[in-house]
Design a protein around this ligand. Structure first.
Ligand code: SAH
Length: 376
């Protein structure tokens, strides 16, 4: 681990959970933190006409322009004032790594206070997905995840989350990513952090993503996935937001004995409780819940566990996503043998459960699931 990441947070003891982020100075307010009404109030307070809020929003969310100096339809005198008040620089790109002939790209960002986070853009023939971070670090301490091992530094703001998507959208629009100019179709909250432990900022970000321009980016809610270790009360709350995003649940074990160790939050909310919350989410939103299950050799990949999982999820609005374990520093675990993976798939299919093995991208650049550690 680099000194940079050590200075950010303290390494947690095994099984230790951190819910409350350490107190730190907050990032400056940005246009993307605000609703349309709040933007109008903010520009009026600055002595500008309310319609400027609409203009600024179109620049940012439609043209992906975050620099008022380039907003030539604004009076020159107002530009600097508006820039200072609504467009602080929140993210600075520290490093970019690409693979898959440039169609997978991981960016390391420095936040205003030196905290580091990562996002990963993945372009496929039929869609482009960006995987964003919602916290610097993570307090959930899953032992097979590099982010979890480094502990929690702080929550990110709504605008810090949105800016990752806007930066990706900008790179795509400008044709920087091979495949010609494009747009972001999917956003997955599967980067660093536990999104539901930073609930308010994450909901704000989801709203900005799905609101049509000029209020937001106009991405379909169906294209947005929020992944969680299983914070049961927050899943219940999310179901009531009227935002039909896909819920992904990081299950990784069908039995409490093993899940207590793989996903420490299980000591608080058990498998039965978290699945119950997931089914309620599916019933309320009519959205298929995605069950994430990293296959770890000889740990959670036995056929009897596949059977148990199959029995727990069959006949539900569900999809099981198996993820071959990605290597992380210091971990003794590795991905399952191919024959065990296949047997696991077959058992789930036997129970009639829709299942796919995730094509994990970005392993070569430590950009795959569980590998984001944000060290310089
Ligand atoms: N905290 C949220 C969001 C992170 S999503 C959550 O846990 O759901 C990242 C996904 O990758 C989670 O499903 C996580 O369990 C999984 N993951 C973590 N480490 C991994 C690894 N080494 N190999 C494969 N998947 C991993």
């Amino acid at each position: 681990m680099s000194t940079a990441s050590q200075s950010q947070s303290r390494t947690p003891a095994p099984g230790q959970l951190t819910f409350v982020a350490p107190r730190r100075a907050k990032p400056a307010r940005h246009l993307a933190d605000l609703t349309m009404a709040e933007r109008k109030a903010a520009v009026t307070e600055l002595g500008e006409k309310a319609f400027r809020a609409d203009q600024l929003s179109r620049h940012y969310f439609e043209k992906l322009n975050g620099d008022p100096a380039l907003m030539t339809d604004l009076p020159a005198a107002a530009r600097e004032k508006l820039a200072a008040a609504l467009f602080p620089k929140l993210l600075t790109s520290v490093r970019e790594l690409t693979t898959d002939r440039g169609t997978t790209r991981k960016t390391l960002w420095r936040l205003f206070d030196g905290a580091l986070v990562e996002s990963v853009l993945m372009r496929y023939p039929d869609r482009t997905t960006i995987c964003v971070s919602s916290q610097a670090g993570c307090g959930m301490n899953c032992p097979f995840c590099a982010t979890g091992q480094a502990g929690l530094t702080r929550n990110m703001s709504t605008a810090e989350i949105v800016e990752q998507v806007v930066a990706g959208a900008r790179a795509l629009a400008s044709g920087e990513v091979p495949g010609g100019p494009g747009r972001i179709s999917n956003v997955v909250f599967m980067g660093m952090g536990e999104p539901l432990a930073n609930y308010k900022a994450v909901i704000g970000a989801v709203r900005r993503l799905v609101e049509p321009a000029p209020s937001g980016l106009g991405i379909s809610a169906r294209g947005v996935t929020v992944s969680t270790v299983g914070l049961v009360p927050a899943i219940g709350k999310l179901a009531e937001e009227g935002l039909p995003v896909t819920l992904a649940l990081s299950l990784h074990a069908p039995d409490d004995e093993l899940r207590d160790t793989l996903v420490p939050i299980n000591t608080r909310w058990k498998v039965a409780e978290v699945l119950d919350a997931a089914w309620k989410y599916a019933a309320r939103t009519k959205r298929r819940v995605s069950i994430e299950y990293a296959l770890i050799k000889d740990i959670n990949d036995q056929e009897w566990r596949a059977d148990l999982l199959g029995k727990l999820v069959r006949n539900k609005l569900v999809h099981v996503n198996l993820i071959p374990l990605n290597p992380t520093p210091g971990s003794k675990w590795t991905a399952s043998r191919p024959e065990d993976e296949q047997a696991f798939v077959r058992r789930l299919e036997f129970h009639g459960v829709p299942v796919t093995v995730r094509d994990t991208r970005g392993r070569e650049i430590d950009g795959a699931c569980g590998q984001l550690a944000a060290a310089e």
